[in-house]
Design a protein. Sequence first.
Length: 125
Amino acid sequence: MKEVIATTQAPQAIGTYSQAIKVGDTTYLSGQIALDPATMEMNNNSVEDEIHQVFNNLNAVCQAAGGSLQDIVKLNIFLTDLADFALLNEVMAQYFEQPYPARAAIGVAQLPKGARVEMDGVMIR
């Protein structure tokens, strides 16, 4: 049985998807970009700002599902510039403790709303 996870603490879905879907102990987190949930405007003064906003958005959805970032077992990261990979690792270390989730970082040509980073994941709780 699947349960829709929704929170006003993360950006509202801007398409035909849910913020997350929970099935049993597993929550599938939709991709988050650096939209500020209060204004639905991009927090994109810098790539670092975007990365922080994405982690904050993901954490809000995790909390709405009864967990936290620490419960993410698989994280997918999409970057429009792989030169930001080192910065991504630096910021990620502020949000996660070991054991870190399994992860993929993929270079892409373009993301919605001109975002430079997007992340989705799988949380087990």
